[in-house]
Design a protein around this ligand. Structure first.
Ligand code: FEO
Length: 400
C-alpha cells in the first residue's frame, strides 16, 4: 500500500520508514528506526529528489507510482549518493527509462563506481547552476563533506524549499508524522537528532559551517532533509543546534561522567563525585557506563555538555578498552573545546589517568584537562575524600 504525504503545493514526500534495521551504517543502534526521505515534485515536468535505501525500495516505488498517477518521471536529482539514499537509483532507471539524472561530477563518478547504468541520461550541474521544471526553478549549492564529498543541496526558489541532503536530518522513523510541528521535537527527537548529527556528520564541522553561511543568504521556508521530520516552522531552533554542534560548542553547562569500572569500585567513586556535584548545585549531571553505553550515545552526550569526567580503571597497563574506544571516537569525530576531569584507578601501576591526559592533550584539539586529578588505588576510601573535594571544586570553578 502506498504511503505518501503532501509537503506543500505539488510536492510530496514519497520516502519510507525502516524499523527492522538494528544498526545504521551497521554501527549505530537505531531503536526508534529511521526514515529515508525522498520527495517528488509535480510540475510541467516531474522531478524526484533522491531515492531511498534498498531495504525500503518496494514501498518507495509504490509511493512514486501513486503520486505520478500515470505520468512518467522526467528527472531524478541526486543530492547525496550514499547508498541509504542512492541504492534505488538503478530501480528508478529500470522503471522510468527516459529519466534524466541531475547531479554533479563527483556524484556521477561514484554512480559509475557503484555500477549504475547512468550513461546517456546524465545532466551535470555545478555550484550556482539553475534549472527550471515549469513553474519551479531550482538552484544547486555544493555542500562537500556534509557528509560525503559529492553532496549538494538544492533550493527551490519558487516555494523556498531546501532539499538539504543529510543536513538537518535525524534518526527515528516518522510513523505517519512528517513535519516538525507534528512531533514534540525538543522532548522526543532532539537526543536522536544529536546522536545522528554528531556521529554521522560531526567530524565535518567546518564544512557544515560553510553550508550554514551559504544558507543564511537564502530565504528558506521549508527544509526537506533525507532523514527525519521536514521543518516548516521554528527553523531557527534547529539551525542554532547545527551551528553549535558544528562549532563544537556545548549546548549546555553540565557534566557528563563516563566511567569504566571492572568490579564497581570506579563506578562507586563516579557516583560519589556526581553526588557531590549535585549537592553543590550542579544538577545537570549524567553518568554513563562506558561498557554498557553505545559509544554513539557517549559521543552525543559529550557534544551536548561543557564538562566531561573520565573515570577509568587501568587495564593491561593501559586505558580500559571501552574508554579507549570512546576516546578514539572523540578524536575521529574532531570533538574539541571541552573541559575534562580525570579519575583514575589501579590496584598497582595506575596508568590510565596519565594515558588519558596524554591522549587528550597530544591527539585532540582544544581540550582543557583539569590539574586536580583523582587517583584511586583499588577503591574510593575516606582518605581520598579531600582529593575528590578538590576535584569537585575545580570542576565547579571551571564552570564559572
Ligand atoms: Fe543519510 Fe550520508 O547518508
Amino acid at each position: 500500500m502506498y504511503c505518501v504525504r503532501k509537503v506543500t503545493d505539488n510536492l510530496y514526500w514519497v520516502g519510507a520508514n525502516e524499523h527492522r534495521l538494528e544498526l545504521f551504517e551497521n554501527i549505530h543502534p537505531i531503536p526508534k528506526g529511521v526514515s529515508y526521505n525522498s520527495y517528488l515534485l509535480l510540475d510541467k515536468q516531474t522531478v524526484l529528489f533522491d531515492t531511498v535505501d534498498w531495504a525500503v525500495c518496494r514501498q518507495f516505488l509504490e509511493n512514486v507510482e501513486h503520486v505520478l498517477a500515470g505520468r512518467t518521471l522526467d528527472y531524478l536529482v541526486i543530492n547525496h549518493l550514499e547508498p541509504d539514499h542512492g541504492a534505488s537509483i538503478e530501480e528508478i532507471i529500470l522503471r522510468y527509462p527516459k529519466v534524466k539524472i541531475i547531479s554533479n561530477e563527483k556524484a556521477f563518478m561514484m554512480m559509475r563506481q557503484f555500477a549504475f547504468p547512468i550513461d546517456g541520461r546524465i545532466e551535470e550541474v555545478k555550484e550556482g547552476d539553475t534549472k527550471s521544471f515549469g513553474k519551479h526553478t531550482v538552484t544547486f549549492v555544493a555542500a562537500p563533506m556534509v557528509h560525503w564529498p559529492e553532496v549538494m543541496v538544492t533550493f527551490d526558489t519558487t516555494n523556498g524549499v531546501l532539499f538539504s541532503a543529510d543536513a538537518f536530518g535525524s534518526f527515528g522513523a516518522l510513523d505517519g508524522k512528517l513535519f516538525n510541528d507534528e512531533v514534540n521535537f525538543d522532548r522526543d527527537w532532539i537526543d536522536d537528532a544529536r546522536r545522528y548529527y554528531t556521529n554521522i556528520v560531526g567530524k565535518y564541522g567546518p564544512h557544515v559551517q560553510s553550508l550554514l553561511k551559504k544558507a543564511s543568504g537564502i530565504d528558506i521556508k521549508i527544509i526537506c532533509p533525507l532523514h527525519g521530520p521536514v521543518w516548516r516552522s521554528d527553523l531557527g531552533y534547529f539551525i542554532d543546534k547545527y551551528d553549535k554542534w558544528s562549532r563544537y560548542e556545548p549546548e549546555e553547562k553540565g557534566v557528563v561522567i563516563v566511567y569504566a569500572s571492572m568490579y564497581g569500585n570506579t563506578e562507586s567513586a563516579a557516583t560519589a563525585l556526581a553526588t557531590k556535584l549535585v549537592e553543590q548545585g550542579v544538577t545537570n549531571v549524567s553518568m554513563y557506563d562506558a561498557s554498557k553505553t553505545h559509544v554513539s550515545t557517549l559521543i552525543s552526550e559529550t557534544f551536548r555538555v561543557s564538562h566531561v569526567v573520565l573515570a577509568s580503571v587501568t587495564y593491561n597497563l593501559g586505558i580500559y578498552p571501552p574508554m579507549h574506544n570512546y576516546l578514539m571516537d572523540m578524536k575521529a569525530l574532531n570533538l574539541q573545546n571541552r573541559t575534562i576531569a580525570i579519575v583514575e584507578n589501579g590496584s598497582w601501576a595506575c596508568k590510565s589517568g596519565t594515558l588519558m591526559q596524554e591522549f587528550l592533550e597530544n591527539e585532540m584539539k582544544k581540550m582543557t584537562v583539569l590539574d586536580d586529578r583523582l587517583t584511586l588505588n583499588s577503591a574510593m576510601n575516606e582518605d581520598k575524600l579531600p582529593d575528590m573535594d578538590t576535584l569537585v571544586d575545580s570542576i565547579i570553578e571551571s564552570m564559572k
